[in-house]
Design a protein around this ligand. Structure first.
Ligand code: XMP
Length: 512
């Protein structure tokens, strides 16, 4: 079943993705596309209405992006936000000017024509402004709907054609009633039913995979993290054993991780997943390497080599699964056009060119928390859905200095103890990421009657929403004490444990 939907055309605003989020929270399906793709996107999506996002440009600027005739010829309702409003004004003969006072921050909007867009709202409301240009003269057929102290035409509309333009940003949390405005546009003006949910997304995603792949074969590297697991389950449901997943064990996984992932995905979920045991190869190439960037490069290149060799053995794969999420797409879409839209995952990017594969990206429209919701809708357990992220280069970037089998064994054991303690204390779900790090120094200690000179383990725990910034997590002292005691008593070769109290920036989450 096709859902009622809204097309959002992105003119490059930092808030564009928030428009998409808000609509989906309302149960209205929508897609965000570069504004240069208006025509194709309208054809593919068949939306009930269009939203033009804000953007960093000035409409008269040379090279400024424009919506193009497809938008205005579609006959669909249009809501222009900020730059989108100015674009609308320009298209219908209005005048836009660089505002004498840049308006940035809170403003009070006074409605003088509530109508459909502002239905159910009080006559004054707090809104968030962020613009330099503003509409000076109304375009033909438009009337003023609301004003602020600095913007006479803060909201305008052509009620006959269902065109609305607003100078403020309804999608940000600083416009507390903004969601109602978006709902009024989508549901009242455009007539969308708010019937979109993860369950419906799941069915559509499966159908889309089938349509794209036909009788073809898809290969994919599966790590067992939430994104790749959700992808693998979708592919399995869509095309069964024509999906070939590979878990490349680079010898840098955590304690028993490969076996656990195989058990969960292959044995219990029936996914066609092959374990590729390549630990020897990775470790031999990492021998003597201590520079973090060199480690990453060696691991990345070897990963591609190993995966490619396995995929080639199948002979007939035409498609490559990639767990691209919406934030990755947003980062790379802009008015510059579709050529900029593909951002290859660092682990498998090279394969696309070498093997001439086409991408299958079932999570392309989703935010991380939506992927988790999809995982739950697919019947995956909370253990999988709320797993902490684990970096592609694995424990190699948590062993400072050379990566050896012995050092891997020490770190694996310490990390497993630490994570177990966090789970037992009921803290695992509250922490963004936590792990142990093996430092490249030894320190003096005393055990029994003898002096020791052994390794140091650092414990890291951070809280974060986006992993771009992070703060260290204040673990309760008793949890730290238990973890430290157990690590020093149970892990041979460790006599000291320290806790990392650095935030990002200026530190990073990983140590390398
Ligand atoms: P940093 O250390 O840059 O990490 O603060 C931010 C997040 O990214 C993860 N990370 C990686 N993930 N391949 C990955 O798949 C990598 O090379 C990589 N490096 C860092 C890190 O674990 C954290 O969640």
């Amino acid at each position: 079943m096709r859902h009622d939907s809204i097309l959002i055309l992105d003119f490059g605003s930092q808030y564009s993705h928030l428009i998409a989020r808000r609509l989906r929270e309302l149960g209205v399906y929508c897609e965000l596309h570069a504004c240069t793709r208006a025509e194709e996107a309208l054809r593919e999506l068949q939306p009930r209405g269009i939203i033009l996002s804000g953007g960093p440009y000035s409409v008269y600027e040379e090279g400024a992006p424009h919506a193009g005739p497809a938008v205005w010829d579609s006959g669909l309702p249009v809501l222009g936000i900020c730059y989108g409003l100015q674009e609308m004004a320009l298209a219908f003969g209005g005048k836009v000017t660089a505002g004498e006072h840049r308006e940035y921050g809170h403003a009070e909007l006074t409605l003088h024509h509530p109508g459909a867009l502002f239905g159910g709202l009080p006559s004054t409301l707090q809104v968030w402004m962020s613009h330099g240009d503003k509409v000076l003269e109304l375009p033909e057929g438009f009337q003023d709907l609301a004003r602020t102290a600095n913007s006479e035409h803060a909201a305008i509309g052509d009620l006959r054609r269902n065109y609305y333009g607003i100078q403020f940003h309804p999608e940000v949390s600083h416009t507390p009633l903004g969601k109602t405005i978006l709902k009024n546009f989508a549901c009242t003006v455009c007539g969308c039913r708010a019937d979109w949910s993860m369950g419906s997304f799941m069915e559509e995603a499966i159908e889309r995979i089938r349509a794209q792949v036909g009788n073809g074969t898809v290969v994919g590297a599966i790590s067992g993290g939430v994104d790749s697991t959700v992808c693998a389950v979708l592919l399995h449901k869509a095309i069964g054993s024509r999906f070939h997943g590979f878990l490349v064990d680079h010898g840098l996984l955590r304690l028993n991780e490969a076996a656990q992932v195989m058990d969960r995905l292959r044995n219990r979920l029936g996914i066609n997943l092959t374990l590729v045991d390549a630990g020897e190869l990775f470790l031999s190439r990492l021998q003597g390497v201590t520079d973090p960037e060199k480690k990453r490069k060696i691991i990345g290149n070897t990963f591609i080599e190993v995966f490619e060799e396995e995929a080639r053995k199948l002979g007939n794969a035409k498609f490559l699964l990639q767990g691209t999420l919406y934030p990755d797409v947003i980062e790379s879409i802009s008015f510059k056009g579709p050529s900029a839209t593909i951002k290859s995952h660092h682990n498998v990017g090279g394969l696309l060119e070498n093997m001439n594969l086409q991408l299958v990206e079932p999570l392309r429209e989703l935010f991380k928390d939506e992927v988790r919701a999809l995982g739950l809708a697919l019947g995956l357990g909370e253990d999988t859905v709320y797993r902490m992220p684990f970096p592609g280069p694995g424990l190699a970037i948590r062993i400072l200095g050379e990566v050896t089998r012995e050092r891997l064994a020490i770190l694996r054991q310490a990390d497993a103890i630490y994570i177990q303690e966090l789970r037992d204390a009921g803290l695992y779900r509250h922490i963004g990421q936590a792990f142990a790090v093996l430092l490249p120094v030894k320190s003096v200690g005393v055990m029994g009657d003898s002096r020791t000179y052994e390794d140091v383990i650092a414990l890291r725990a951070v809280q974060t929403t986006d992993y771009m910034t992070a703060d260290w997590y204040p673990l309760p002292p008793e949890v730290l004490r238990r973890a430290s005691n157990r690590i020093i008593n149970e892990v041979r070769g460790v006599n000291r444990v320290v806790f990392d109290i650095s935030s990002k920036p200026p530190s990073t989450i990983e140590w390398e």
